[in-house]
Design a protein around this ligand. Structure first.
Ligand code: PMP
Length: 638
């Protein structure tokens, strides 16, 4: 298909009013000719007495395609600083006579075209000094999403021109100031530095504009340069929309701003470095602290039997798994763990993921898609929320653990395929899902049911088997997700359910397929840990006893707290206050986290006390006394 150059020029008594050019296909000649004509005839600068439209066919194999110069903006306060930026640009091109080159700008003011300046001899090379050099035969590539074809896009036209000039033989750079009195932004450009907009290059209201093409090379090649600039058809690709150049020159600015913002709002987070293994006490800053913030509820990460078995697997299998499960990263230990999880959870099958977070992301996003609906509890964990978002399904959030609200929302959101998903034990509130109702509703409306057992596995139910045991096996959700990083004391996430579900996830869950599997030693830790929990149900009982003891003690002292899980939240509200309380307790030797937005809603900051099976009654009593002391000081009443 042939292309055509179409140019318009409008003038009044030889004074230029408007000009534009495009490279277009045959089919568009009529519409563009009309547009350009309208523009020339109705220009704010005045009504032309001459309007010239020139249409020329271009040989396709003669067109040069170039990528647009990258754009950045240099913000300056006044035009003097703008001129200083031009000097800097010239210095960056290793030109010694920057000042003299800048002075040439004033000589361009009356010209329509550009000065072609030999940067070494400062000789003007354009054959006609009044006319100057005019770069023509160029346009931006027209795609569906770039520059508008209607109206004049000064910005895009300038980038097209600068790109063509930058690629001309022997041209090392360009300086341009607009002659539009209201447009004070100019630019410098070169192949190496790209297109740099300088926000002020002249005084507002000044008509003094012009451009200089910087030439460096032999005189013999000048004709070739001029021919390229004036005759070579060029189409420039990837001209970015205008907003792209609004980026600040400091690309890290938004990061700095946001960090300051977080600090000001008491939402800044930092890490504490622990100098010991995880257990009910840890060493921090050389000092022993009582750990009351860990999810290692059964204190499994320091159990000798688990460590010994893990060491033997490490010895035999080494450190890494070498590939994803579907390639080389699947060992007998991986499969033994999955069999153990399925048995522990009383399901047909199980699949291990690298973290609980990934398990939720991968599972939800592989089961649900664009045309589906997911019903999600408002207090669900971030990994569930992110999984729902990744799926692209419609997300309907229902009130926390409110089964009537859930059912109401299901009835008004019909779908062909859907999922209801909830934490089994809510991670920041410690309360338990109404599972029988949840499953009944899912089955009634033929929706898949999914629960996250991160904080219930090893914690609730008489033997720690989780929420299904807690409700005496009267109901069974379709998808049980959990993590190995909490009461199991290791790492990894899992999903269990019917064979068919697991077979599907192995083939569809991207977070499973495209990630190197956990090492055999990590798998072994979880495997042995489950065996220890199975053999020692008294561990779970000890955790339950500790929770009961702690809550009773606080109640006796007038603080109405309650939990059936290992998580005991004490709601403070204000973020700053919560931080101060937690810092004070820290000083006293208690490791207790203050939980803030975005983990919980704004103004619902809290202490999240997490108990372990191995805390002693003395430790709990002393901790409770300290907590009560600071709550009273800070006038927090529950
Ligand atoms: N779900 C819930 C409810 C959680 O609390 C967590 C961990 N905070 C996860 C999933 C993610 O598990 P993991 O830490 O193994 O990535």
């Amino acid at each position: 298909m042939s292309l055509y150059s179409i140019k318009m020029r409008a003038s009044q008594k030889n004074k230029h009013i408007s000009g534009s050019e495009k490279i277009i296909s045959y089919d568009h000649i009529g519409s563009y000719a009309n547009q350009l004509m309208q523009r020339g005839l109705n220009h704010p600068k005045g009504s032309p007495d001459l309007l010239n439209i020139k249409i020329e066919k271009i040989e396709n194999n003669n067109i040069l395609y170039l990528d647009a110069l990258p754009v950045c903006t240099i913000e300056v306060d006044n035009y003097r600083m703008g001129i200083e930026e031009i000097r800097k640009f010239l210095n960056s091109l290793n030109l010694e006579n920057a000042d003299k080159i800048v002075n040439f700008l004033s000589k361009t003011y009356s010209m329509r075209g550009a000065i072609l300046l030999d940067v070494d001899t400062l000789e003007r090379l354009e054959p006609d000094r009044e006319r100057g050099i005019r770069a023509t035969y160029m346009d931006a590539e027209r795609t569906n999403n770039n520059v508008s074809v209607n109206g004049k896009n000064h910005y895009a036209e300038a980038i097209v021109l600068a790109t063509k000039v930058a690629y001309a033989p022997n041209i090392i750079g360009e300086i341009c100031i607009s002659d539009d009195p209201d447009y004070v932004t100019g630019y410098v450009a070169s192949k190496s530095s790209g297109y740099k907009r300088i926000t002020k290059m002249k005084e507002q209201g000044s008509e003094n504009g012009g451009r200089i093409f910087l030439y460096q090379g032999s005189k013999n090649d000048v004709a070739e340069t001029i021919s390229f600039l004036e005759k070579q058809p060029v189409i420039v690709r990837n001209v970015q929309p205008l907003y792209m150049d609004k980026r600040p020159t400091d690309k890290f600015k938004f990061i700095g701003d946001e960090l300051i913002d977080m600090r000001q709002n008491n939402l800044y987070r930092s890490m504490k470095t622990i100098q010991s293994g995880q257990s009910s006490t840890v060493i921090y800053n050389g000092r022993e602290m009582l750990m009351m913030a860990s999810n290692d509820y059964l204190d499994m990460s320091s159990v000798d039997e688990v460590k010994k078995y893990a060491a033997s697997v490490l010895e035999k299998y080494g450190t890494g798994s070498g590939g994803s499960r579907l390639t080389t990263g699947n060992t007998v230990i991986h499969e033994m763990l999955e069999n153990k999880i399925a048995e522990f959870k009383n399901t047909e099958s199980a699949l291990v993921f690298n973290t609980g977070y990934i398990a939720n992301l991968a599972t939800i996003s592989s089961l649900m898609g664009k045309n589906d609906v997911i019903f999600s509890d408002e207090l669900n964990h971030a990994s569930i929320i992110d999984g729902c978002r990744l799926s692209g399904a419609k997300i309907v959030v229902y009130r926390h653990n409110d089964m009537e609200d859930l059912e109401r929302k299901i009835t008004v959101n019909p779908c062909r395929k859907g999922l209801i998903v909830s934490d089994a034990v809510f991670s920041m509130d410690g309360d338990i899902l109404n599972l029988p109702e949840f499953v009944r509703i899912a089955d009634k409306y033929n929706l898949l049911s999914m629960i996250d057992e991160a904080h219930s596995t090893g914690v609730i139910g008489r033997t720690g088997r989780g929420i299904v045991e807690y409700y005496n096996y009267i109901c069974e959700p379709d998808i049980i997700m959990g993590t190995l990083s909490k009461a199991v004391g290791s790492e990894g996430g899992f999903v269990c359910g019917k064979n068919k579900l697991i077979e599907y996830l192995k083939n569809k869950a991207r977070g499973f397929i495209f990630s190197t599997s956990l090492s055999p030693v990590t798998m072994a830790t979880s495997l042995k840990s489950f065996e220890v929990i199975e053999k020692n149900p008294e561990l779970v009982t000890a955790l339950h006893d500790n929770v009961r003891f702690f809550c009773e003690y606080m109640k006796q002292k007038g603080f109405n707290i309650h939990s059936e899980t290992a998580i005991i939240p004490i709601i403070i509200g204000d973020e700053k206050k919560a931080m101060e309380i937690s810092e004070w307790l820290f000083e006293q030797g208690y490791f207790i986290s203050a939980i803030r937005y975005p983990t919980v809603k704004k103004q619902s900051a809290r202490l999240r006390i997490a108990l372990m099976a191995t805390h002693t009654p003395e430790q709990l009593k002393e901790a409770a006394d300290s907590i009560i002391n600071i709550l009273r000081q800070k006038e927090v009443f529950i």
